[in-house]
Design a protein around this ligand. Structure first.
Ligand SMILES: [Zn+2]
Length: 258
């Protein structure tokens, strides 16, 4: 009887040992599994980071681009605003202006952004003047016709938009100048201290230079260092960092805008 009990105890002990061994092995397996899981998680994290980088691109839909009151509205030689489109939230800008009785209106959001831009410029000792903001379809038609009379249609098309095709009708565009440019809209503004500041900083306040130097073949307009289009800080910054015009940027993102 005693012998049987001892034997049983021995068997139990062995069994226990085996169990322990098995548990150890299982622990090891679990450890291995944990390692593998961590590796997978790391890989997943890398994928998430890559996705997030792509997600950081400003969301734009084709609808936005062709909806008159959307701040991303594309207005160029091939894309026009409706003749009767007038922004509903125009306000007079609260910055230094060249003409007290001039075209000094912008949409609310762009007017605020322009105030921020001017304040930042002031801080850096840069004195800017707003020259021309919102223009109605009819005002643009009058301007364009007078330019055609003055320089002929082909030349006028290089520097003036046909009615409906002016970014100024969006209420999101302001021409700026400086005393150093004689308060004029001249290409030499781009070489002034003020023009250089604008080129380097406008995007921080949501504006791009629509017609940068050397892009006439793309935009259809000669270099206009004074012409600032509001697109919001995120999109303006993306475009600035891309070094592209708005049109090129949109094409690179796969929008069919031609
Ligand atoms: Zn302009």
């Amino acid at each position: 009887m005693k012998k049987w009990m001892l034997l049983s105890a021995f068997v139990l002990l062995l069994a226990a040992c085996n169990d322990e061994n098995q548990e150890d092995e299982m622990d090891e397996e679990e450890t291995e599994e944990t390692d593998t899981t961590e590796e997978i998680e790391e890989e997943e994290e890398e994928e998430v980071v890559e996705e997030e980088e792509q997600m950081q691109q400003v969301q734009i839909s084709e609808e936005d681009l062709f909806y008159d009151s959307h701040i991303y509205r594309l207005v160029d030689k091939n894309h026009a605003l409706a003749e009767d489109y007038v922004p509903s939230d125009l306000v007079t800008v609260d910055v230094r202006v060249v003409y007290e009785d001039g075209a000094n209106q912008l949409r609310q959001i762009a007017a605020q952004a322009l105030s921020n831009l001017f304040a930042a410029a002031d801080n850096d000792g840069i004195t800017l003047y707003a020259d021309s903001g919102y223009r109605s379809y009819d005002t643009q038609a009058g301007l364009y016709n007078s330019y055609v009379e003055r320089s002929g249609e082909a030349e006028a098309n290089r520097y003036s938009a046909q009615p409906g095709h002016s970014e100024h009708q969006t209420g999101l565009t302001m021409d700026v100048t400086s005393e150093s440019a004689n308060f004029q809209l001249l290409q030499s503004f781009g070489d002034t201290e003020e023009g250089i500041w604008v080129e380097e900083n406008a995007h921080r306040y949501g504006f791009i230079i629509s017609y940068p130097e050397g892009t006439e073949e793309i935009t259809g307009y000669m270099y206009e260092p004074w012409h600032l289009r509001f697109l919001g800080i995120s999109l303006a910054t993306e475009i600035y960092e891309s070094g592209l015009t708005y049109q090129e940027y949109l094409m690179e993102r796969g929008f069919d805008i031609e």
